[in-house]
Design a protein. Sequence first.
Length: 593
Amino acid sequence: MLLNKLYTIGKEFFEPIEFQPGVNFIFGKKEVDTDTKESLNGIGKSALLELIDFALLSSFKKNEGKRIYDAKKAGILNGISVVLEFTVDDEVYKIIRPFDTPARIKFSQIDSAPVEYYIEDLKPVLCDLIFKRPDYPGFYSNQWLRKLLPFYIKIQFAKDHKFTNPIKYLKGSSLPELIQYHFYLLNIDNEISHLNYEVQQELKKLGPALDEVSAILNVTYNLKEIPAAENRISNLEIEIEELNRSIDAFKLKKQYKVEESKADKLTSEIKQLWFQNNNDQQKIDNYLESFNLELGFTTSKVKRLYEEFNSLLADNIKKSLDEVIAFRKSLVKSRSEFLKDEIERLKGVISEREAKIEAMDKERSSIYKFLSAQKAIKDLTSAYRSLDDLKTEMNDLKSKITIYQNLSRKKISIEKQEKNIEADLLDFKDKINRQQFEFARVLSGIYHRLYADIKVPSEFVISTNFKTDAKLTVSILESSKMLSTGRNQGRTLIYDLSVLFYSIEKGYKAPRFLIHDGIFNEMDKTHLIELYKYLNEQKADGKEFQYILTLNEEGTLTDNFGEADLLTPEKIADESIKVLTPTKLLFGVDYSV
């Protein structure tokens, strides 16, 4: 991929910028009549680079500190679209992205009618077009557009850190993630590094997930350890079983009215039986009293009374009375026998009734005990609520334990996979030794060309380090002489150029441009001359590439260094694809706050 042309439509803020082979300067220049103290910051150099990045589908958010976002917020870019033309494999393409609707982009080959895409649909299309290599042995995803392009487009945002680590080029990405991208950029098989990244991602999720389950158990149930939760589950099962047994004994709440009616009926029947027994007992008592009845007189007394008048009459009366008394005695005897039988019969009936009363009273007592235990419908409802609460707690605990156990099993499985990766990485190191050497050779050539004063050998080493999540360490020029602020920044310059020229040398698909914004701000200016000479030599050697960088006349070229006549401010201005000054701003106005 090479860049061809950048311009705006809706309003032409600047003439179309045409990108050239080799070095492309975007130059901030002083003016003769300008106050020498006036700054060249904020004139639009970085904003121009942001337009390129915007056209290539970078995010467009408030919190990213972009100059073009501020310009849009100020109303300068309303109704404006950015157009970028570029070439991939000798085919020319055009992308049009409006600021008003940045998620809807038009894209096509230069001679075809533009097709509108939503940004998330266009990203994989562009990624495949720019980066996909059918013969690449490792892992590739067409979701990587905005993971790979930032390597080639490095813009200094106000809140971003400086160029301090060439490996950590992507803000917010972990080293395990970045390693897989670097290997792809170097055409090294990244399968194992990608697998390690996925493993580390899973482990990173599992740790907090396990901690969260434990925290929930602690906060919700005051259970600080998993064994305590398991013991609580066992206790809950016992409580639930006991409560179920109690509820079963109650015969369920629907039996209340049935049992109450039954108790009332039994009480009525018992009362009736008691009444009948009482009546029969009264009869028995009366019958027994009748046995004690006497005549109240004797015939002898009657005879003596009548002998005073007539002895014959006295005898006859006595005889008659004796006969009457004998007859009555016979009647009493007969009646006594009858009453004895009746009393025995009544006693039997009473006994049967008492047995019935006893059985009924026992049944009624059981019902009263049942009803008493219920304490009415309200308490049984409470029992069911308690049962439901216990079951809810138990099921929740069980689900949490299940989740914890599943997560623990998964973690153990992934940790085993992690160990397998570590073993495979030992073989991987042997496999990539040749590629490591070939890239190190390219890097060494650039390093010694730009830093001829440093005699320390160059260094590019991929080594295993199982103490880190990445499992691999990529060392780039980490000698003490290259770790000062300026020279550490130079590590990024050298590494990025090495990746660019290595891809050209090996001929695999990758961008053939590199954008650096402000990378020379803190570097020794002697290296700019050497870089300029080196890049011109590469261009003369037939290599197709574009190195796009921003420079300020102030603080960059006023120092006394090297062959200054090779790269004077005037020459840079003449060769620049865009020159900006305090009176010739990119968007024509100063919108900075």
